[in-house]
Design a protein around this ligand. Structure first.
Ligand code: FES
Ligand code: FES
Length: 171
């Protein structure tokens, strides 16, 4: 009897109030001002609200690097990041790497040096490598391997990615 009452009490729905926030940030240089609920992740705001689907979602737990973005130049995982975190900041996604029709040296090198096969990890690889070259313009093989270990790839075996980063660094 007592147990039955406990079960019905625990089955009651729990309502949680979540505030909404008007954010202001730049995305690849363009001002944005979406209104987002406090629990929205940055990757959902990017892909769903702002229709920039270049940033991919793989593991959703901060392990694979597919969702890598730059926030004020810092390499972060958009699947882990509350969107409210980017208020007042500058976000760069893979769509922001090219200059109009001109690919960045990294994008060009990934194509020429076989830096991808299926391409699903490539936006994250490019963003991570962009951050790497900003920090180490002439990275060693060890620096490349260590920096890029947070970006997983199931296809290329990583040699093409390393080769492309070295080509871009030398450009
Ligand atoms: S989807 Fe974010 S790290 Fe894998
Ligand atoms: S190119 Fe296919 S997972 Fe990296």
């Amino acid at each position: 009897m007592g147990r039955g009452r406990e079960r019905s009490a625990s089955a009651r729905p729990i309502f949680v109030f979540l505030s909404t926030h008007r954010l202001r940030f730049t995305l690849n240089g363009s001002p944005q001002s979406p209104e987002v609920r406090a629990d929205r992740r940055l990757i959902d705001v990017l892909r769903v609200d702002l229709a920039l689907t270049g940033t991919k979602e793989g593991c959703s737990i901060g392990v694979c690097g597919a969702c890598s973005v730059l926030v004020d130049g810092e390499l972060l995982s958009a699947c882990l990041l509350p969107a409210v975190y980017v208020d007042g900041r500058a976000v760069t996604t893979v769509e922001g790497l090219a200059n109009g029709e001109t690919l960045s040296p990294l994008q060009d090198a990934f194509i020429r040096d076989g830096g991808f096969q299926c391409g699903i990890c490539t936006p994250g690889q490019l963003i991570a490598a962009t951050a790497l070259l900003a920090e180490h313009p002439r990275p060693t093989d060890d620096q490349i391997r260590e920096w890029m270990m947070g970006n997983l790839c199931r296809c290329t075996g990583y040699h093409g990615i390393t080769r492309a980063i070295k080509t871009a660094a030398a450009a």
